[in-house]
Design a protein. Sequence first.
Length: 356
Amino acid sequence: MTQYTLSELASRLGARICGDGNTVITNAAAIGNAAKGDITFARDKANFSQLSNSLASAAIVPVECELQGVPLLIVEDPTLAFIEVVKFFRPAPPQYPAGISEQALVDPAACLDETVSVHARAVIGANVEVGARTQIHGGVHILPGTRIGSDCVIYPNVTIYEHAVIGDRVIIHAGSVLGSFGFGYDFVDGRYQLGQQLGNVIIENDVDIGACSVIDRGSFGPTRVSEGTKIDNQVQIAHNCHIGRHNIICAQVGIAGTATTGDFVVIGGQVGIRDHVQICDRTQVGACSGVMKNITEPATYMGTPTRLDTQQLKVYATLPHLPGMRKQMRSMQRLIDELKQRLDDDADDIVSEDAA
């Protein structure tokens, strides 16, 4: 079993110790899951109270805090330090040797760097180009004319349609599909016919794509995901979309055709974005929202249709009270009707008296 003393961890991290440096650490875990022998971490003072109730044998913190009986490692960035500690207790990722498995099917016209690793049952079509040190796992199918850069990882059962362009250091997780036909149909002679699907997909450098996500090809030009963007699992990006640089797109987001996002946009889970909508730089969209029109001012938006979060939070706060408010309104309406009837009756009496 791997174990370190707190002093040994401090030396590796360049951390300062507060407490017993001989404390033995056998694992790393989050605060809520930590047990005796584990080291955990707190990002800031807001998490210190949780440490008091944790079973962890030690903690990594950004500043000194008063905790009885809990040795501390004090660092500038507890999150980064904890990530390094976790690596000490986890097996290293497997290192795959360069070469092509005998069980892979690679077209003779494909051009693969000699350092590429191609696993069993991968299929690589004609005129595919793959850069240095890229890993292609089992069951991956890459159609003809695709270009893939260096240091990419393509996990099992990914399908990449023809003429896709993938940059360097791209990670594509299992089951994702790039370049499938867009959902574009023309109603001709009483039935729907598939429209032209002649474009491709371009994935720029340093993009991550989660499992079982789909990015459709453009109708005539590319569907583009720009550099540094991170896409979660089960995301649908439709034809002709342009996703900006360094976006965060959470799980189960659906982006309809020809939508555009700016740079540094954050899109929460299960957001739906209407076709042809444009979202400006540095916008945040809260989970389960529906973006129905262009967003031109950077801010945080929520709800369906989206509005500023400060406005939508008031709506959310009001919703639970609507049944009671409805009941009050109906009661008030009855009172108004009764008062109106009394006024009408009084007016009739006055008219009758005047006539007499």
